[in-house]
Design a protein around this ligand. Structure first.
Ligand SMILES: [Zn+2]
Length: 147
């Protein structure tokens, strides 16, 4: 299946469940930006995307780009899992605490190194890999070491 580059996110990411609260996340992916909803009242980000701010219940939310830098909070390797385009097992995953806000975390694969789990506490940055013809966010460790 091929989707043209101006196709909507649900056609570019057919394996990714999405709804009206998080479709803007994937619109960001298409232009290689990691965007999460940020509250216009209390200025906090949250994830997964919701229609109201989970901290102050404001609906003044705007998907706002993040730097993609952070620290590995949790690391694991999946040895089995559902088939998906571009996914081979063992499949390394990291949950990264993003630099912008304590507790704000994003989980994806890590592209450098082997299938060994990434080291918790490592500094990482976001990179974009191609998966089934669409940009997909991933992390790689940076030389900065622990932050
Ligand atoms: Zn808020």
């Amino acid at each position: 299946m091929t989707a043209s580059t101006d196709a909507p996110p649900w056609e570019r990411y057919p394996h990714q469940p999405m709804d009206e609260d998080d479709v803007a996340l994937y619109e960001g992916w298409l232009v290689r930006e990691l965007r999460l909803p940020r509250c216009g009242r209390c200025r906090r980000w949250h994830t997964p995307p919701r229609s109201l701010c989970p901290f102050c219940w404001s609906d003044e939310l705007a998907f706002t780009p993040l730097s993609g830098r952070g620290i590995v909070h949790l690391a694991m390797v999946l040895h089995v899992g559902p088939p998906a385009p571009g996914v081979e097992y063992p499949y390394p995953l990291v949950t990264v605490e993003l630099a912008e806000q304590p507790g704000l975390r994003f989980t994806s694969t890590v592209v450098d190194g082997d299938a060994d789990p990434a080291v918790i506490g490592s500094a990482v940055e976001l990179v974009w890999i191609d998966r089934a013809g669409a940009p997909f966010p991933a992390f790689r460790t940076t030389s900065g070491g622990n932050a």
